[in-house]
Design a protein around this ligand. Structure first.
Ligand SMILES: Cc1cc2nc3c(=O)[nH]c(=O)nc-3n(C[C@H](O)[C@H](O)[C@H](O)COP(=O)(O)OP(=O)(O)OC[C@H]3O[C@@H](n4cnc5c(N)ncnc54)[C@H](O)[C@@H]3O)c2cc1C
Length: 275
């Protein structure tokens, strides 16, 4: 059972900060990690490999530094890694990202399953998995939390729904997007991590020409959507917890409500309390 796992390097935060001038993500001071759902996707592929044998390849698109998440994947037990990196890939929306990933998957060789995380914690669209399946013309199951059975022709999975679950059988090859509920990712092994850092580590680095895509098909140029403006919503008021005895807290609350600008209802409530 050969698998490809799509892993994205993301900043280690769920509270993405934007530069108010450029609208770009502020990455300074943020550690980069494997997108959490992708670690679960990798664990799912490694578990299948443990049971049935085969090869697991970790594939990432990003700047050269994304090689770190591939090395970590090798540390966890992946057999090989592929990094897609090229200035032409920059600024891709989900359409161009999924197209690029799909073209790379077609170059990697034969495979039975493509695993993705459900969603990346920075982009948050959850579109890449289903779009990649569409580019590849293969069946897909999203929000998967259990693999019930797998044989050379089919995989049967359970996918989470709002009010329960659905059992799906897909023909192979297929694409699965995985949610965190599925498993606990194993820790990387130090000897494997060290081997992954060596010059002879089984990591291939591909650019646009290597995967046979034209510059106008990828990155910003190949994107159907363009971000006109990004901004972080400003919070005008900050929450404050009043401390002290009940009476003094209520008194201070009333003072604050009375003083608050334009809050007629609050002032009415405050004077009602004083009665
Ligand atoms: C309208 C729009 C415009 C955008 N414009 C820009 C832009 O101008 N510049 C910019 O930098 N970004 C831009 N982005 C963000 C960029 O498109 C996304 O980060 C990227 O396409 C992946 O989408 P996502 O993060 O939402 O991933 P999701 O769909 O949430 O990820 C699902 C899964 O797909 C896989 N995956 C996702 N991305 C990768 C990857 N790079 N490598 C390997 N696997 C991956 C992972 O398994 C992941 O768990 C834009 C996004 C949108 C929606």
């Amino acid at each position: 059972m050969d698998s490809i796992v799509l892993i994205k390097q993301v900043p280690d935060t769920t509270e993405v900060q934007l530069d108010p001038k450029t609208g770009n993500l502020i990455r300074e001071g943020l550690k980069s990690i494997i997108n959490p759902d992708d670690a679960h996707a990798l664990e799912a592929a490694l578990t299948l490999k443990d049971r049935f044998g085969g090869k697991v390849t970790a594939l990432s698109m990003g700047p050269m530094q994304a090689i770190d998440v591939i090395t970590e994947a090798l540390g966890m037990g992946a057999d090989a890694g592929v990094l897609l990196t090229d200035r032409a890939f920059a600024g891709a929306d989900t359409w161009a990202t999924s197209f690029t990933l799909a073209r790379a998957i077609q170059q990697v060789g034969s495979w039975d399953l493509v695993f993705c995380g459900r969603q990346a914690i920075d982009g948050d669209t959850a579109q890449i998995g289903p779009q990649v399946a569409d580019w590849l013309g293969i069946p897909q199951a999203a929000y998967v939390f259990a693999i019930e059975s797998v044989n050379p022709k089919h995989i049967t999975v359970k996918r989470r729904l709002e009010d329960g679950y659905e059992r799906l059988q897909c023909r192979l090859p297929a694409l699965i997007t995985v949610i965190g509920e599925m498993n606990t990712p194993r820790f990387p092994r130090v000897d494997r991590l060290l081997a992954g850092c060596r010059e002879k580590a089984p990591i291939r680095v591909f650019n646009a020409a290597d995967i046979g895509v034209k510059t106008r098909e990828v990155g910003l140029e190949g994107s159907l959507t363009h971000v006109i403006k990004t901004f972080a919503p400003k919070f005008k008021r900050e929450g404050k917890i009043l401390e002290g005895g009940k009476e003094s807290v209520v008194r201070e609350l009333i003072q604050r409500l009375k003083a608050s600008e334009g809050a007629t209802a609050c002032r009415a409530f405050a004077s009602a309390c004083e009665l």
